[in-house]
Design a protein around this ligand. Structure first.
Ligand SMILES: [Zn+2]
Ligand SMILES: [Zn+2]
Length: 44
């Protein structure tokens, strides 16, 4: 079972991109990461 690099949970599907430094994140962590990126763009 694949493990999320951030929360260490076992998940069925992992996501990665340049924002995660190409580490495998679960959907929850991946979504959260991009949520903060989006919020930063809005506030600044
Ligand atoms: Zn996770
Ligand atoms: Zn990304």
């Amino acid at each position: 079972m694949p493990i999320c690099a951030k929360c260490k949970n076992d998940v069925k599907k992992l996501y990665d991109c340049d924002h995660t430094d190409f580490l495998d994140y679960c959907k929850e962590c991946y979504t959260e990461l991009h949520y903060y990126i989006t919020e930063e763009g809005k506030t600044s």
